[in-house]
Design a protein around this ligand. Structure first.
Ligand code: CA
Length: 225
């Protein structure tokens, strides 16, 4: 799988290239908007990590250009923290996802797996681990060393989100945004239903992992002592 990184902060670009190569992706980097667009227009990439603020041409313009040319390569926008309007414009312009800088490596890799799955590719490494559980996001199997159970897609997506956020509390709003999309009709009840399904499945597995409710804030995974 070949990834294009378009990022003008050289240190970040180099770090991304290293991380991705270590995870067996083929990577090219471009450090300004024009070079990024030239590369992207070749259509050879399976995924593009695209910074928004770039010299010569901004990321949103690149995105609009490549979509206009009919290139459907999944694009993950890299946004500076809190640029809500950029996120919305980006998603409206045909981005598949966005990631706020700074981000954790695990989250970046999970988003890349998710974006490339949407393209219909199955990657060899779909396993996520937390405590004594392993989630395979391709087969939707949740397992411990001694037992396994099949999840439905929404349960898998929800657990994947909680695992990739590790010790951070995940709000119901974020869960709705990730699982159902920005302008969906999904409500807090929907989230509560899937959380309760997941809790039952974790209990079935006798897992030491639990989903804790942080009242008024959201949910966080915890490993029971
Ligand atoms: Ca930049």
């Amino acid at each position: 799988m070949r990834i294009l990184v378009v990022e003008d902060e050289i240190h970040l670009a180099e770090a991304l290239v290293q991380i991705l190569r270590k995870n067996n992706y083929t990577v090219d980097a471009a450090h300004d908007g024009e070079a990024g667009l030239d590369n992207a227009l070749t259509g050879i990439y399976d995924l593009i990590l695209l910074d928004i603020m770039l010299p010569k041409m901004d990321g949103i313009s690149i995105l609009k250009n490549i979509r206009k040319e009919g290139i459907s390569t999944p694009v993950i926008l890299l946004t500076a923290k809190g640029e809500i309007s950029d996120k919305v414009t980006g998603l409206d312009s045909g981005a598949d996802d966005y990631l706020a800088k700074p981000f954790a490596t695990e989250e970046l890799l999970a988003r890349i797996r998710a974006a490339s799955r949407r393209k219909g590719e199955v990657l060899p490494d779909n396993a996520l681990k937390f405590g004594d559980i392993e989630l395979n996001t391709a087969t939707l199997k949740l397992s411990t060393v001694s037992k396994e159970i099949k999840l439905i897609l929404k349960e898998s997506e929800l657990l994947e989100l909680l695992i990739t956020r590790k010790n951070a509390v995940t709000s119901k709003e974020l869960i709705i945004e990730k699982l159902w999309g920005f302008d969906s009709e999904a409500e807090h009840n929907n989230v509560e239903v899937y959380i309760s399904f997941l809790r039952k499945k974790l209990a079935f597995l006798n897992s030491s992992v639990s989903i804790n409710t942080v009242r008024g804030v959201g949910y966080v995974l915890e490993v029971k002592a």
